[in-house]
Design a protein around this ligand. Structure first.
Ligand code: SAM
Length: 253
């Protein structure tokens, strides 16, 4: 396997980030410098995913400033992903400020960065990456890759589009390929202006519905962890390609 052309994580990066006041959103038991989520009373007009992407586009620098190197729970999760993928190629959806991508590459895999927000793609390209503008709701993912990673991304996908996204991820990986997704755990959906001061839409998920969606889109769950977040609980999932169940049961022969 050729050496990764992407920038590795350096000790200077780690020192810079750990000196910041900011913390990973999923590091439990720490007080947020950004406050609790602010749920807004009226829903913005327009498709929720478009409004959310516009917000990221307008505030990519703010998000970068407020985000940080993965905390212990995310690092352990990415270590597990690296253990499944080896030095294979990972398509990352919603790379954002590329903290995960850089960490994952320090563990072996090569990461292809993408995002639906042009501002993040431009930021990634300016950093020397061949980042692709990719909207998870509508775009073909390409491939085949050894894995697809979407950390804190599919929580912005409307519930009714979730299975379709999982199916396209399934089509984008090799046989035995891996899927790694994290979602916020809970019921229903919500708009919030927390963190960015602009509206973002979140779809919450419970374990049984996630398992059913994965099964229906041809994924076999390898692990599904309930992770205590700083503000809200999360679901950290890994899956491997499996069979799509047939709709009608087979007749006995
Ligand atoms: C909460 S951030 C997570 C960023 C990064 N994965 C991380 O864990 O630090 C959500 C990311 O998903 C991207 N995103 C939101 N909606 C998207 C969509 N429809 N298609 C692709 N990316 C999207 C945002 O631009 C942003 O980079």
């Amino acid at each position: 396997m050729a050496a990764s052309p992407f920038l590795p994580l350096t000790k200077a990066d780690v020192d810079l980030v750990t000196s910041r006041k900011t913390i990973d959103e999923r590091t439990p038991h720490r007080r947020s410098p950004y406050g609790e989520p602010v749920t807004i009373s009226s829903s913005p007009s327009g498709a929720s995913g478009d409004v959310t992407l516009d917000s990221y586009d307008a505030t990519a620098n703010v998000y970068l400033e407020q985000s940080a190197l993965p905390g212990p729970a995310v690092m352990a999760y990415l270590d597990a992903v690296a253990g499944l993928v080896g030095d294979g190629t990972v398509l990352e959806l919603g790379s954002g400020p590329e903290w995960d991508a850089r960490y994952l590459e320090s563990r072996g895999p090569r990461v292809l960065r993408t995002d639906g927000a042009l501002a993040f793609v431009q930021m990634l390209r300016a950093a020397g990456h061949q980042a692709r503008l990719l909207d998870v709701r509508t775009d073909d993912f390409g491939g085949p890759y050894d894995a697809v990673l979407a950390d804190a991304v599919l929580l912005h996908v409307p519930r009714e589009q979730f299975v379709d996204v999982l199916q396209r991820a399934r089509q984008a990986v090799t046989s035995g390929g891996v899927l790694a997704i994290t979602l916020k755990e809970g019921d229903g959906e919500a708009w919030t202006e927390a963190k960015l001061g602009r509206p973002r839409h979140f779809t919450y998920w419970r374990e049984p519905a996630v398992r059913a969606a994965l099964l229906n889109s041809g994924w076999q769950v390898l692990s599904l962890e309930h992770v205590e977040g700083r503000v809200e609980p999360w679901l950290f999932v890994t899956a491997r390609t499996g069979q799509v169940p047939s709709k009608s049961p087979r007749r006995p022969v």
